[in-house]
Ligand binder design. Structure first.
Ligand code: NAD
Length: 247
């Protein structure tokens, strides 16, 4: 593992209780940061915080503005001001054609995967801008670049995250706050339980490297994007797709 210096930094990782978010918390704390695990699954967040030295669990639903504001206050009390925000909480939704989707489920995917990113940025960015330093990393998806069939809600939400990242990167460009996103292809985590085996097979078949990505591979890119070493790149979209997307 390359050493990334995050000594003294304080991070929020949404959806950090399991999967990619948990690997990110592990990598950030291994690099010297303290990390607040923001997750709606309190039991899993507490378990993860117990296993990852330097981390704390905070229960929050990222779609609820008041809960997000309370989480900001609780985090500040536990560890002070936040320098790093990783917007990772997300759901896949079920694998269906657009016209087979219930409106409620379509909206739920957009609420968590896109609106939740907006709310967390809105809550934490002003402090970063005032202090003149911050790093934001949004976990988008290859689906947002290419559009996966049977995932119109998810593809639309993740395309929205890419657009939000480009816009916010420019809004913060002179403030010392840097905003980027990553676009993973399929990584084996609990999220795959939400979608059909056929859909997983489709996504795997599109990866030239012929394998799933690893949570640690996502965490390693996120750690660099969260660091002071990433200083002249903002509004960027970083590929993590084993060769599927070359843009
Ligand atoms: P996961 O299901 O393993 O973990 C997601 C975490 O987010 C869970 O702990 C869950 O409780 C939390 N969460 C969900 N809704 C929440 C809410 N409203 N408020 C707070 N927490 C909430 O998923 P994962 O595979 O680790 O995915 C993490 C991120 O990476 C997601 O944004 C996902 O879309 C993205 N992603 C995953 C893959 C993949 O193949 N695994 C590929 C591309 C992008």
């Amino acid at each position: 593992m390359n050493r990334i210096d995050l000594e003294g930094r304080k991070a929020v990782v949404t959806g950090g209780a399991r999967g990619i978010g948990r690997a990110i918390c592990q990598r950030l704390t291994d690099s010297g940061a303290r990390c607040a695990i923001w997750d709606r699954d309190e039991a899993a967040a507490v378990e993860a915080a117990g296993a990852i030295a330097g981390s704390e669990a905070i229960r929050v639903d990222v779609t609820d503005p008041r809960a997000v504001d309370s989480a900001v206050a609780a985090t500040a009390e536990l560890m002070g001001e936040i320098d790093i925000l990783v917007n990772n909480a997300g759901i896949a939704g079920s694998s269906r054609k657009l016209w087979e989707c219930e409106p409620e489920e379509w909206q739920e995917v957009l609420q968590i995967d896109l609106f939740g990113v907006f709310l967390c940025c809105r809550a934490l960015l002003p402090g970063m801008i005032t202090r003149g330093y911050g790093r934001v990393v949004n976990i988008a998806s290859i689906a947002g670049k290419e559009g996966n069939p049977n995932a119109s809600h998810y593809s639309a939400a993740k395309a929205g995250v890419i657009g939000l990242t480009k816009s916010l990167g420019k809004e913060c460009a002179e403030s010392g706050v840097i905003v980027n996103c990553v676009t993973p292809a399929v990584i084996e985590t609990d999220i795959l339980k939400q979608i059909s085996d056929e859909h997983v097979d489709y996504m795997l078949s599109r990866i030239p490297m012929g394998r799933f990505g690893l949570t640690e591979e996502a965490a390693s890119l996120v750690a660099w994007l969260s660091s002071g070493d990433c200083s002249f790149t903002t509004g960027g979209v970083f590929d993590l797709s084993g060769g599927r997307a070359t843009y």
